[in-house]
Design a protein around this ligand. Structure first.
Ligand SMILES: Nc1ncnc2c1ncn2[C@@H]1O[C@H](COP(=O)(O)OP(=O)(O)O)[C@@H](O)[C@H]1O
Ligand SMILES: [Mg+2]
Length: 246
């Protein structure tokens, strides 16, 4: 195993609030790595720092040995960082395929329309949306919207896929199907970093779990290790435990 993604003392302040505070961790190549923590812990902000949507107050992100400091989201995407957002915002007036095409063309500079379409169709097939390709994005169900969001990221041909709460709002059967999808994606060689509130999903998917609280790393380890950690139990009891264990 080798380190593919590394954050070193990453920090982000919003005025007086330390949303992300001295966060360091490594993700190994081929790993499924979960980030958990109560609401407001800084998980989404951390992904924003990794994908380049936000500039850090301090610290660095290194992908495959390359320091990403100062690079735009597009440049990071070209280097292999794919991102699916917590709040899904497809272009409603475009078809499903056109939505993914946007991802394919954003992903790699200078690829032709034909190649972009090929990558878009491949991504849609991967997430099981092939039959919906020509439908308007606004007609998708929530689960299909989440899959479209994953397909948009996949079409950029990432080496690391960053997922932010892709299970939120899904029914149990839909969540199980999405767990199976993420396992299939890992089989293709993808490294996956995901934020998740649904603990059974974390248990089923994660090789390792990073627990955040108040912007800091509370602990990290296997699912069994972190869920037996008294500090983790207390952090959840103090806030949204019911949601976290739903
Ligand atoms: N753009 C922003 N400006 C000010 N505060 C923010 C901003 N984004 C997030 N925060 C604050 O940073 C903290 C961490 O937020 P977030 O990363 O969204 O947490 P999580 O994803 O773990 O729920 C919260 O207190 C949130 O209100
Ligand atoms: Mg969040």
């Amino acid at each position: 195993m080798s380190v593919l993604l590394r954050t070193s003392s990453l920090a982000k302040r919003f005025g007086g609030l330390a949303a992300v505070d001295d966060v360091s961790f490594d993700v190994e190549r081929g790993e499924i790595f979960a980030i958990i923590g109560p609401n407001g812990a800084g998980k989404t902000t951390l992904l924003n720092l990794i994908s380049g949507l936000l500039a850090p107050t301090a610290g660095s992100v290194v992908l495959d040995g390359r320091d990403l400091t100062g690079l735009s989201t597009a440049e990071r995407c070209h280097l292999g960082l794919g991102r699916a957002f917590q709040v899904v915002q497809p272009f409603p007036e475009m078809t499903v395929r056109e939505n993914v095409l946007v991802g394919a063309m954003f992903g790699k500079p200078g690829i032709g329309r034909g190649e972009a379409e090929r990558r878009a169709d491949e991504a849609l097939a991967h997430v099981g949306l092939g039959l919906r390709a020509d439908d308007d994005a606004e007609d998708l169900t929530l689960m299909e919207e989440k899959r479209l969001e994953i397909a948009r990221a996949l079409a950029t041909r990432p080496t690391v896929l960053l997922l932010d709460e892709v299970m939120a709002g899904l029914r149990p059967a839909e969540a199980r199907a999405t767990v199976a999808l993420i396992k299939r994606l890992r089989e293709t060689g993808l490294t996956i970093v995901f934020i998740e509130h649904v603990m059974p999903v974390v248990r089923d998917l994660a090789d390792r779990v990073l627990v955040m609280n108040y912007g800091k790393v509370l602990t990290s380890g296997s699912y069994a290790e972190v869920t037996q950690d008294a500090r983790v139990i207390e952090a959840y009891l103090g806030s949204d435990q019911e949601e976290a264990t739903a």
